[in-house]
Design a protein around this ligand. Structure first.
Ligand SMILES: Cc1cc2nc3c(=O)[nH]c(=O)nc-3n(C[C@H](O)[C@H](O)[C@H](O)COP(=O)(O)OP(=O)(O)OC[C@H]3O[C@@H](n4cnc5c(N)ncnc54)[C@H](O)[C@@H]3O)c2cc1C
Length: 310
């Protein structure tokens, strides 16, 4: 290769987490001889141009800046990376139904391989995890844990007290976190990776076509990543009584007087951990053990099938 030729290059960079990291890595690369360096923490890479063959200094500079550089590689003419936006003809290599974590993982990988990708979403971008699952549940559980610990630490000579929880404020803060992460971890990636996001409900009309609100979307391959929704079992009397689901429980603005959690798997256990927000009642449970005779506090409260609020 001509030593004076200008090459477009790419380097994977681990350890970047924010826009500042992008700037630090780009600066380090340019200090080491790269030109037009751009780093992207979401993609974990930097692209730049280089005149000549001296790549040794690049990795050293990135390392000195506190990040973990990979081996620089020349971007081929045919490289799928920064490339082609999707066409406007609504014809794709891959159409994904759903926009949750599974859908995004697939879209990112497909774009890395150079595919034209469309993503269809009937509800809110990001799906379950960021909107009504992992993120909001952990935000509320952490608040609950802090509240519990304020009144239950084990240190002699230290007096702390948990005040009355303001669940509306907890939920408002949770909603802010969800909105920020939805934007940063999902919505922003649509542009960053260059795929098309199509809002609306997907309906198949043929082996190579689906329709979204009347708009045909053709693709060579389809991925169904439609996740799951809360489901209530047919328990006699349940409909008449009324019930919360994991989604609606995470949006309560006031603590319920009492809460029975039906189902003791992961999500049921999380819902049971609302308990530290309220005073746990001492109720006998099957087997004759008192409901509070096991380990207590966040992380343990969930093993009960019913938590009690007062
Ligand atoms: C309270 C709670 C806590 C959780 N905590 C954790 C945790 O800590 N760790 C963990 O790993 N997992 C956790 N999970 C599970 C995790 O959230 C899910 O497993 C994961 O989000 C599923 O992702 P997905 O991409 O498969 O589907 P989803 O994120 O559910 O996305 C599916 C999307 O498809 C859309 N859709 C459906 N039908 C159509 C259609 N016809 N057209 C267009 N769009 C459509 C839906 O609107 C939805 O947005 C939790 C779940 C809950 C409810």
């Amino acid at each position: 290769m001509n030593a004076k030729a200008k090459k477009q290059m790419r380097m994977t960079v681990q350890g970047m987490t924010c826009d500042d990291c992008n700037r630090h890595v780009a600066h380090a690369l340019e200090t080491a001889g790269a030109r037009d360096a751009r780093a992207d923490y979401r993609r974990g890479e930097a692209v730049f141009s280089l005149v000549g063959e001296d790549t040794a200094a690049l990795g050293a500079a990135v390392k000195d800046a506190g990040y973990r550089p990979g081996r620089p590689e020349v971007l081929e003419e045919t490289s799928p990376r920064p490339p082609v936006r999707n066409g406007s003809q609504d014809s794709y290599n891959l159409a994904i139904v759903g926009s949750g974590s599974a859908a995004f993982a697939a879209a990112i990988r497909a774009r890395d391989l150079g595919a034209r990708v469309a993503m269809v979403e009937a509800g809110t971008i990001g799906g379950t995890c960021v909107n009504v699952g992992c993120v909001p549940s952990k935000a509320v559980l952490r608040a609950s844990e802090v509240h519990f610990e304020a009144g239950h630490h084990g240190f002699a000579g230290i007096t702390t007290r948990a005040g009355k929880p303001d669940l509306a404020a907890v939920v408002a803060q949770k909603d802010e976190l969800v909105a920020a992460l939805r934007q940063e971890k999902y919505a922003d990636l649509v542009e960053a990776y260059g795929f098309d996001f199509i809002p609306g409900k997907a309906r198949f009309t043929g082996p190579t076509e689906l329709v979204v609100d009347g708009r045909p979307v053709r693709a060579d391959r389809f991925l169904i990543a439609t996740g799951a929704s809360p489901w209530a079992p047919p328990i006699p009397g349940l409909e008449e009584t009324g019930y919360l689901t994991s989604t609606t429980a995470l949006d309560l603005k006031e603590l319920p007087r009492s809460l029975a959690v039906i189902g003791g798997n992961a999500i049921g256990l999380e819902m049971g951990q609302y308990c530290p927000f309220g005073r746990q009642d001492h109720r006998p449970r099957p087997g004759g053990r008192d409901a509070d005779d096991g380990p207590s506090g966040p992380g343990a409260g969930g093993h009960r099938t019913a938590g009690e609020y007062r």
